[in-house]
Write a protein of this length. Structure first.
Length: 498
């Protein structure tokens, strides 16, 4: 009941005329940028982060909510129309959505994706309202060893499920942890990796790291492989669903959140796994299995609903524990820190107006998303015709302006370029970007919790495993690390017995 009362107060904040305006602008900007080829929600949020600097925190985060969901829908539009996923979570949508578009049913695919986002987001946010205060209340009793164990779990999870190999995921994480070391030691005040520069004493701003790795790295990568022809967009017509389409998709829309939300709420690497599991589930339950691979609408509806619910689940761990498990959550956490706000167990007590206004704005943003984007789908399709040289030149320009706006230092532009080159190298050698961003944000916090735990135990390593919660988390980590080996043994035994 307390959560319900707080949510009603949140709607009072979110439904003020100015905040409604910020939500609408966020949805439009997020979709417009997210719909462009190769630009996912993380890059959209990172690029638009500097736009919110002049706003007060509540308005800024309400705008972020619109950007988040708008960019997710934009990534799906690119997947369906051009077979170019804007992010990894939209890969599954391309498997069935693009064949539908080629068969002249792009309108129906876009409608199924939009309603799937709406349904999954609504159910996921309702679960967020129900669970987040409880999780926050339990998290107050978590100590330094427990926090360190959770952060190690987040590191292992993102490096295990992303990229082509665990070694590449670990290499990306180490790059992020190294960048996180730059600046003054929080406990001793000693300089680390500053090369004698006073401007680096405060460390590298997370916003510059995120924009450099995502936007600059992607722009340089595309420039190195540039084709001077714009992608041919497929006409979409008016998005609508017939009775047969609704009959085939309504169960998929409701099944998606059941799979997506739990994976978002735990450090399990974001929406990639639940979207794939949703796709497999829909194929198993479908009465039209022969259409999968050729344009089955259930294969768009279920995964998109799961992805949206997973995004809501991600906010549970981000708001209550300060743990970003996806790239977008990492950038949003950077935005919180920019305003001097630290997400965690006490956030619901210290900033109730901000948190519940943000949660209420998720509902408002999803309604606006559905209302604005269904009729505007043909317009977004035309944006796909922008020649890539102009598109990525614009990205470089906005990224540079945003990085300079962070601190007003010319050195920030040099750092941005260096980190962009690192991002380019990571793409060249197949290293996923997310572990690096997670390493930059969580690395300093993990180091601080580790040192606190060791100080409490007088330097004894047993201080890291002296609580039932920490032991449980380390057991989960052991299973994650051992699972590939166990799976090989199980498969080998089945083969021998067969």
């Amino acid at each position: 009941m307390d959560s319900l009362n707080s949510l009603i107060d949140g709607f009072g904040t979110a439904l003020t005329p100015m905040n409604l305006l910020w939500a609408a602008i966020g949805v439009l900007l997020g979709t417009a940028i997210g719909v462009l080829p190769g630009i996912g929600p993380a890059m959209a949020v990172a690029l638009l982060l500097p736009v919110t600097y002049g706003l007060e925190p509540t308005g800024a985060f309400i705008m972020f909510a619109g950007i988040y969901y708008g960019a997710m829908f934009g990534g799906s539009t690119t997947s369906i129309l051009l077979n170019t996923p804007g992010e990894s979570a939209a890969v599954v949508a391309a498997m069935e959505g693009n064949p539908m578009a080629k068969a002249g049913r792009g309108a129906q695919a876009l409608a199924a994706a939009a309603i799937g986002h709406f349904t999954g987001g609504m159910i996921g946010t309702l679960l967020l309202v129900a669970l987040a205060p409880t999780v926050a209340a339990l998290a107050v009793g978590i100590g330094a060893p427990d926090y360190f164990a959770i952060m190690v779990l987040a590191f292992i999870a993102v490096t295990s499920v992303l990229g082509s190999s665990r070694i590449r995921g670990l290499a990306s994480l180490l790059i992020g942890l190294t960048l996180g070391l730059v600046g003054l030691d929080q406990m001793t005040g000693q300089q680390r990796l500053t090369f004698g520069s006073l401007q680096l004493a405060d460390g590298i701003d997370v916003v510059i790291v995120a924009v450099g790795l995502f936007a600059i790295g992607e722009a340089l990568w595309v420039a190195a492989h540039l084709r001077r022809t714009a992608g041919e967009a497929i006409p979409v017509g008016r998005p609508w669903l017939g009775r047969d389409d609704v009959r085939r998709t309504w169960k998929s829309w409701l099944r998606g959140p059941v799979i997506g939300f739990p994976f978002g709420a735990i450090p399990a690497g974001g929406a990639e796994i639940p979207t794939f599991l949703s796709y497999v589930t829909e194929k198993r339950f479908s009465k039209h299995r022969d259409q999968f691979g050729k344009g089955a609408i259930e294969g768009v509806a279920g995964p998109e609903s799961a992805a949206s619910a997973s995004a809501a689940g991600t906010l549970v761990s981000m708001l209550t524990l300060g743990l970003p498990t996806t790239a977008v959550a990492a950038v949003m956490l950077a935005a919180f820190q920019q305003y001097g706000i630290q997400p965690g167990p006490l956030l619901f007590e210290r900033e109730p107006d901000l948190v519940w206004g943000l949660i209420a704005s998720l509902f408002v943003g999803m309604v606006l998303l559905l209302a604005l984007n269904l009729p505007l789908a043909p317009v977004w399709a035309k944006l796909l015709r922008i020649p890539r040289p102009y598109l990525y030149a614009g990205i470089l320009f906005f990224a540079a302006v945003g990085a300079y706006a962070v601190g007003g230092e010319a050195l920030d532009l040099v750092i941005l370029l260096v980190i962009g080159l690192i991002g380019f190298g990571m793409r060249r050698y197949g290293l996923p970007v997310l572990p690096a961003v997670i390493g930059v944000i969580l690395g300093p916090a993990a180091e601080q919790q580790l040192r606190r735990a060791l100080q409490i135990s007088d330097g004894s390593l047993t201080g890291l495993v002296n609580t039932p919660f920490a032991v449980t988390v380390y057991a989960v980590i052991a299973v994650l690390l051992a699972w590939p080996l166990l799976r090989k043994v199980i498969v080998r035994r089945r083969t021998v017995s067969a």
